[in-house]
Ligand binder design. Structure first.
Ligand SMILES: Cc1cc2nc3c(=O)[nH]c(=O)nc-3n(C[C@H](O)[C@H](O)[C@H](O)COP(=O)(O)OP(=O)(O)OC[C@H]3O[C@@H](n4cnc5c(N)ncnc54)[C@H](O)[C@@H]3O)c2cc1C
Length: 278
């Protein structure tokens, strides 16, 4: 089986701050990591490779420094890593990113047919969760999103559990397919020493905009209809109000009830003291 993992290098958002003057991310000195959801996507691909045999190819788009993330990913047991890197790709929004990645996957598919694509649910910097579905749409693959368990994988189909707002959904799709995954999917492994040593010497393949017949109108800023009008940190939470009801429990309770209605936490009119609300 041929598994492809879409993996993105992201700034560690727990360390990113926003410049209040320019409304842009302050990335200086911020370490880069593999998008956490993508590490689970990779882990799952490697587990199924170990179970059923086959190969795992990692594909990433980003600046040349993303080679570091690819080397790290290789140390977990992937077989091939491709980095799509070119100035012409810069400024791409999720629509253009999905176009570029899907074009690369089509090329890979020509020589090594793809059975299953794994992507993260979302990237922790962009958070749009659009790229995976965008790739699936362009490849004509069924897409199974928010996957928390891969129950069964055969040569022709995959059965997964998806997380939904109201519980879990079990869905089967024919292959080739694309999954976007949640962190609950699996527990990550530690890389083995031989794999770490092999990966340290590994040179990912780098494909630029001339490597494939890309349509310049669909990538970079030109191919990106999204514009970010403002970026800001949400205001911090205030401390809240602490009420000591020991002296006047009934009065305090009545005050809390008033507040609940005033702040529209419950809609309607507050009940009269001692009465019931209808
Ligand atoms: C106007 C505009 C300009 C932008 N300019 C730039 C820029 O110059 N440089 C820049 O780095 N970003 C830029 N971005 C951000 C970039 O568009 C997003 O990072 C990208 O489209 C992916 O979207 P996301 O982060 O929301 O990923 P999501 O859709 O949330 O990611 C879901 C999954 O898709 C896969 N995936 C996403 N992106 C990649 C990738 N690059 N490689 C491999 N797999 C991936 C991963 O598996 C990931 O878990 C720009 C965004 C906008 C709106």
């Amino acid at each position: 089986m041929h598994f492809v993992v879409c993996l993105k290098q992201v700034p560690d958002t727990s360390e990113v701050r926003i410049d209040p003057a320019t409304n842009t991310l302050m990335r200086e000195g911020v370490p880069s990591i593999i998008n956490p959801y993508d590490t689970h996507a990779l882990e799952e691909a490697i587990r199924w490779k170990e179970k059923l045999g086959g190969r795992v190819t990692i594909v990433s788009m980003g600046p040349l420094q993303a080679r570091e993330a690819l080397r790290k990913a290789m140390s977990f047991g992937a077989d091939r890593a491709i980095l799509l890197s070119d100035r012409a790709f810069g400024g791409s929004d999720s629509l253009a990113t999905a176009y570029i990645l899907a074009t690369a996957l089509k090329k890979i598919n020509e020589t090594e047919p793809i059975d299953l694509v794994f992507a993260g649910k979302e990237a922790i910097d962009g958070d749009t969760a659009q790229t995976g579905p965008g790739i699936a749409q362009r490849l004509g693959f069924p897409q199974l999103t928010y996957v928390i368990k891969v129950r069964e994988l055969t040569e022709s189909s995959v059965t997964v559990e998806r997380k939904t707002e109201h519980g879990r959904q079990v869905v089967e799709a024919r292959l080739p397919a694309l999954l976007t995954v949640e962190k609950e999917l699996n527990d990550l492994r530690y890389a083995s020493l031989p794999n770490v040593m092999k990966a340290a010497e590994y040179e990912p393949e780098v494909w630029d905009s001339r490597a494939l017949p890309f349509d310049a109108a669909q990538m970079g800023l030109k191919g990106s209809p999204t514009s970010v009008s403002r970026i800001f940190a949400p205001p911090g939470r205030s401390g809240g109000e602490i009420m000591d009801g020991r002296e006047d429990p009934v009065g305090t309770a009545a005050h809390v009830v008033q507040m609940i209605f005033q702040q529209n936490i419950i809609m309607g009119t507050p009940p009269a003291r001692g009465g019931t609300h209808s």
